[in-house]
Design a protein around this ligand. Structure first.
Ligand code: ZN
Length: 358
């Protein structure tokens, strides 16, 4: 499957499986717009017309803030299901329907709810097993490192990710860290405190994932220092594997697209359409990105984005048109590289010398 996914995604790339759902209900409260690095979003509490408990919807489209207002009843399609909320993303749809008055019980429940970003300021210290079990907000965990993964770069090579295996008296788990946190020097035996961790189930296994606001410190803790630990828990976890990534050969180039992207932070690199950003209508950007669909030696079709294409075409920067980039790639064929293929997207590539022919 050639993925067409160039839109804003709201989940880290290592979360592969997504379940989508629909919801019709009335908005009882919305948060202010939260600007978080490049992405803006806001939360709303929605009381379903089914009469079920109110749900938190995380809206990753700040342009909806003016129309998703308290009291309106919305039909929302294609929301991504998360453990404690639903995500309205660029792939979600909405329409307005006849107003539904929430039941008295729903209103009572909704009044007791907090938006996740206000809850997050309450750093609750928990053991690993408590943090893996809680339904109320994020956790601060103090634990001993038993295994450290290599850093991998996802999202077209722009997002560093590292897993650390940690243990305390209550259990063992994996913590997934991003950006600066991922790039710290960790050693087995180090004791850390990490704040704002939320639990997450990935491939049937519970893990703790860092939030953008998570902070990590190396600490002293005598109890943990003498805690006997083992890393066998992670033996079968590919995140910790240090083996060389498999090598592949690009045999054919199916499609190359160099396109302009919006540089305004809330638009999150949205692709221009007909010379303008479809979100903010700006026409000022001269920043480009690139995408190509490639066919490998085994016949599989994969997508490669800008950073990957730079490596594969052996160039410092992509300043060319689609057609020029196509020619640069053709000139390099067959292109041998090592790297991972996740969801049909090539990442973490290293171009291999064109010596051994296949
Ligand atoms: Zn824009």
């Amino acid at each position: 499957m050639a993925t067409q996914n160039t839109c804003t995604t709201t989940t880290p790339q290592h979360s592969v499986s997504t379940t989508t759902t629909d919801l019709t209900g009335t908005i009882t409260k919305t948060s202010e717009i939260i600007q978080n690095k490049s992405k803006g979003h806001f939360y709303m509490h929605v009381c379903p017309i089914s009469g079920q408990e109110p749900i938190t919807v995380n809206v990753f489209n700040i342009y909806k803030h003016d129309i998703f207002t308290t009291g309106r009843t919305l039909k929302l399609d294609n929301l991504i299901q998360k453990p404690d909320s639903l995500l309205y993303t660029s792939k979600s749809k909405h329409s307005f329907v006849k107003t539904f008055q929430p039941t008295a019980q729903q209103q009572l429940q909704a009044e007791k709810m907090h938006f996740p970003h206000t809850q997050a300021t309450v750093a609750t210290k928990r053991t690993i097993s408590e943090a893996l079990d809680t339904d109320s907000g994020r956790s601060t965990v103090c634990a001993k490192i038993v295994k450290v993964s290599p850093v991998k770069h996802v999202r077209d090579g722009t997002l560093p990710v590292r897993s650390i295996g940690v243990a305390d008296e209550s259990g063992t788990t994996k913590i997934v860290l991003f950006k600066d946190l991922a790039e710290q020097a960790f050693r087995e035996g180090d004791i850390i405190t990490c704040t704002e961790l939320y639990r997450k189930t990935f491939q049937q296994t519970q893990q703790l994932t860092a939030h953008a606001s998570s902070q990590l410190q190396f600490v002293q803790d005598d109890d943990l220092l003498f805690l006997e630990t083992s890393s066998t828990h992670f033996d079968d976890d590919p995140d910790f594997s240090r083996s060389n990534p498999p090598s592949h050969t690009v045999q054919e180039i199916i499609f190359v697209d160099v396109y302009t992207i919006c540089t305004k932070p809330p638009c999150h690199k949205k692709k221009y359409q007909q010379g303008a950003c479809p979100l903010c209508q700006s026409t000022e950007s001269n920043k480009t990105s690139a995408r190509a669909v490639l066919k490998l030696q085994d016949g599989t079709t994969v997508t490669a984005f800008q950073e990957t294409l730079r490596h594969l075409a052996d160039i410092k920067e992509i300043t060319s048109t689609s057609n020029e980039l196509l020619q640069l790639l053709i000139d390099n064929l067959p292109i041998q590289f090592s790297g991972q293929i996740v969801n049909n997207v090539v990442q973490n590539v290293h171009k291999l010398p064109q010596s051994s022919q296949v």
